[in-house]
Design a protein around this ligand. Structure first.
Ligand code: ATP
Ligand code: MG
Ligand code: MG
Length: 553
């Protein structure tokens, strides 16, 4: 991570040097109510990355204090994604592991006169809370005796009251300029089964109360979170102090990461998945970690991207092209190059002997010669790209047109002699001639051509499906600009053409490709074998990125 932009690293270093801390413990605390996305990757890289750097440790902790929204599917996917990104957690924990201790700490607060049971409704509590400019009003139940509070809290726990009938609130200061300190609710009643604790509890701690306790219990030293929790920090510190926790964690906030032309909030992602706008949480167009994986992004590229985006305090919407830049960089030397025709047009080479096949040598990756060579067949019938032919080309068109000669990559020069059309006037085949003298690798210098085309041999090619993706959201920063109460939602900005499916052909040597294998297709970009739609019969390729972009780092 970049030295100067990482203020958290500076704080940790100082804490170790001054002896304030003798080790570093962090945690990544997702709520298991959805799949992880690229924003979470920032939090993961910061938490695990910093701990690693200082020989510390990081817990993966599921913040499962809200039983309604949580699910085992999400727990499993989060574990898979963190591991895939390349990180190992020291301990796997659940906030719900600490429900007993949290309850005890709440009782301690009551005994100290720092918490009370309130009968006000949720609406009344909101009304009494006041505003930024106006102090709040104390609840009429605020001065219940300690004994009465202890009794009522126990009866809350025993299930004597309905949802919403009572809450436990911290007793702090209804006139505080920080609204979070105006007697915040710390326990609520919810007669709901919990994925971890079943029906053991019918009261659940609020996140703002639970989180500092979880951190303190685990001995977390630096509790790193996003800036929307900045106003919660005084309450965080209050909880740790008043609950008399032994370990005192320090909360430090950093800016959320957002990407252009997509959405990242779990609510919106969930809506896209549940209403079938996309093909599951791992749809290759989504910014989820599982979607990026299925698209073909690598953990290395994601980590590099996050590091380059920086650990600044500010909210940042980062150009999605920057993420693409890092995956190209990562794959450039690693993956085989190959040829695939996405929109096939048949070419018959009339002067090539019928029935003959030759096997041409081709480098697997000219930028990484160690990857060796492959054999590709060449014969009388091949496919080229429909887009590489024009009957009436504009000036400076160097691809195929009647009378023009081009180079076939790794093979020969061919010249377009005749255009065959169907009854509707569509071009269905080209008749070409080849020049045996021009064979690739023989050092032919007799004449030059300007266009080099990719192709596949028609008799040996294997069919393949290609899926090309465009951004899901047309507005570059929909999430940041979306206003409450606006009559349009992000759904109005969905790109209807975000997926194009093409049926084409690939080189026969790719028959054995496996799900998640990656390739660079000549002129088309980087592709990943889709793990969901690929079958024994047919490979399906997701385009990760095209070859070039205008993006400059
Ligand atoms: P959402 O608003 O999408 O539901 P969340 O913050 O509620 O996200 P959590 O599961 O609570 O999701 O997130 C786990 C951790 O990841 C938290 O510490 C959170 O601050 C961090 N995180 C979530 N989104 C981002 C983001 N866009 N950029 C950086 N960190 C993030
Ligand atoms: Mg959260
Ligand atoms: Mg959330």
């Amino acid at each position: 991570m970049e030295e100067n932009s990482n203020f958290i690293k500076t704080i940790i270093k100082e804490d170790l040097e001054s002896g304030k801390r003798n080790k570093v413990v962090t945690r990544f605390p997702p709520e298991p109510n959805g799949y992880l996305h690229i924003g979470h990757a920032k939090s993961i890289v910061i938490n695990f990355g910093l701990a690693d750097e200082f020989n510390g440790q990081t817990n993966l902790r599921f913040d499962d204090t809200n039983p309604l929204k949580e699910d085992q599917e999400f727990v499993d996917s989060i574990k898979e994604d963190v591991a895939w990104l390349g990180y190992e957690w020291e301990n796997l924990r659940y906030a719900s592991d600490y429900f007993d201790e949290m309850y005890e700490r709440a009782v301690l607060l009551i005994k100290k006169g720092k918490a009370f049971v309130d009968d006000l409704s949720a609406d009344q509590i909101r009304e009494y809370r006041g505003t930024l400019t106006e102090p709040g009003k104390e609840s009429p139940f605020r001065n219940r005796s300690i004994d009465e509070n202890l009794d009522l809290f126990e009866r809350m726990r025993n299930g004597e009251f309905a949802n919403g009938e009572k809450v436990l609130r911290a007793k702090i200061d209804m006139a505080s300029p920080n609204i979070n300190l105006r007697d915040p609710v710390i326990y609520r009643i919810s007669h709901t089964s919990h994925h971890n604790t079943g029906d053991m509890w019918c009261i659940y701690p609020m996140y703002a109360f639970a989180h500092p306790l979880e951190d303190a219990i685990e001995g977390v030293t630096h509790s790193l979170c996003t800036t929307e929790f900045e106003d919660q920090r005084p309450f965080y510190n209050w909880v740790v102090a008043e609950c008399e926790m032994e370990n005192i964690p320090q909360q430090i906030e950093f800016g959320r990461l957002n990407l252009t032309n997509t959405v990242m909030s779990k609510r919106k992602l969930k809506q896209l998945v549940e209403e079938n706008y996309v093909d599951g949480w791992d749809d290759p167009r989504l910014p989820t970690i599982s979607g990026l994986r299925r698209r073909g992004f690598t953990p290395e590229a994601i980590r590099e991207f996050v590091a380059a985006a920086g650990v600044s305090k500010g909210y940042s919407t980062v150009d999605a092209q920057m993420l693409e830049h890092f995956v190209r960089e990562d794959l450039k030397l690693k993956v085989p190059r190959t040829m695939g025709v996405l929109k096939p047009l048949k070419v018959v080479i009339t002067n090539y002997p019928e029935g003959e096949v030759e096997w041409l040598d081709a480098e697997i990756n000219p930028e990484n010669p160690e990857m060796g060579t492959r054999k590709i067949p060449f014969s009388r019938e091949i496919y080229v790209e429909q887009d590489d032919f024009m009957e009436n080309p504009p000036k400076k068109y160097f691809r195929l047109f009647p009378g023009n000669e081009v180079r076939l990559k790794h093979a020969y020069f061919i010249k377009c002699e005749e255009v065959i059309k169907d009854e509707n006037g569509n071009v269905v085949e080209l008749r070409c001639t080849y020049d045996p003298e021009t064979k690739s690798g023989t050092g032919f210098t007799g004449r030059k051509v300007k266009g080099t085309l990719h192709w596949v041999d028609a008799t040996h090619a294997i069919p393949a499906e290609f899926r090309l993706y465009e951004p899901l959201i047309l507005d570059s920063d929909k999430e940041a600009s979306e206003e409450e109460g606006e009559d349009k939602t992000f759904l109005d900005y969905m790109n209807k053409n975000s997926l194009e499916i093409l049926q084409g052909f690939i080189e026969p040597n790719m028959k054995e490709a496996q799900a998640q294998d990656k390739f660079q297709f000549f002129r088309h970009g980087y592709f990943n074998v889709d793990p969901k739609h690929t079958t024994e019969e047919k490979l399906v390729f997701n385009r990760i990125v095209s070859l070039k972009s205008s993006f400059k780092l």
